[in-house]
Design a binder for this molecule. Sequence first.
Ligand SMILES: [Zn+2]
Length: 327
Amino acid sequence: MTSPSASRREFLLTATGCVAHVLLNAACAPRHTRARWTMPLNPTVTTMPFARLDAVATNAWAVVSTPLGGDRTTFANGGIIAGRTGVVVIEGFYREAGAQWLAQQARALTGRWPTHVVVSHYHVDHASGVGGYALDGARPQLHVTEETRAAALGGTPVAPARSEALSRAFADVVLTRTTGETRLDLGDRTVTLEPVRGHTASDLVVHEHDAALTYSGDLVWNGMFPNYVDARPRALHANVNRLVALVSKRHLLVPGHGAVADLAAMTRYRGLLDSLEQAARTGFAAGRSPQETAAAYVVPLSLGDWMASKTSIERAMGAWWRELGTP
Ligand SMILES: [Zn+2]
């Protein structure tokens, strides 16, 4: 039986999406590992206490959030892709001030307010600030999966406190296709939204294929152990393999958390998922519990520095046990 404190802890982790997960993983990491977590790979356009905006392709930028300093205006990564007739921004962020900041950056860099907003999944750090884009009369189209809309309108776990702006934003959304791609035509370029599974049941991956650029949401974590709170490990693995294949064809990948990922970073991430799967399958086959297996698991040294708390590893093993126990 789960103890009251353990179930309360689990509730908080679920209810706050990836916020508590990030803080927990970072809490036990050495200072140099925390400092290296969000190192720039590309030229930086602007730096705020909570995030950086890096140029990742022509008229395309990555938001790399830096929440370990304590400012959580944004908490997850995101971005801007600008075309001749429209501007796509990626993620709704933790606070409305985060979305407002990105809208203002889009306006300063491209001369126009965002015309489209894509939210990669329903966790609070990606979705709850989305009402902030309604600035100065702007009404960008919000693109989400049905699962994200249902979670938002159901009130959980999208928002810690429901705001009128959030309800308004989610009341009028454009649902993405449930299978196959949704294409957003920006005049001189096309942005593709791909519904996938793995981190949650609501995931959307954003591609700009001509610019060799992908925004993965929380399917990919760079330098920090991924959050399995709502994960389907097999689907996660399969989709990460496809993303590694894209990056190996020179795509640059903006993960949900951590620095922009190149092929070396993606190879380490896949190595982490592989080693976790192997430990889970071995422990499951030997009749051990997820807790025992997690306690014995260490991230292989060859995979470099990963911020990984005991709780995160236990949760990942729990997710594997649920799948391995279901044929
Ligand atoms: Zn998440």
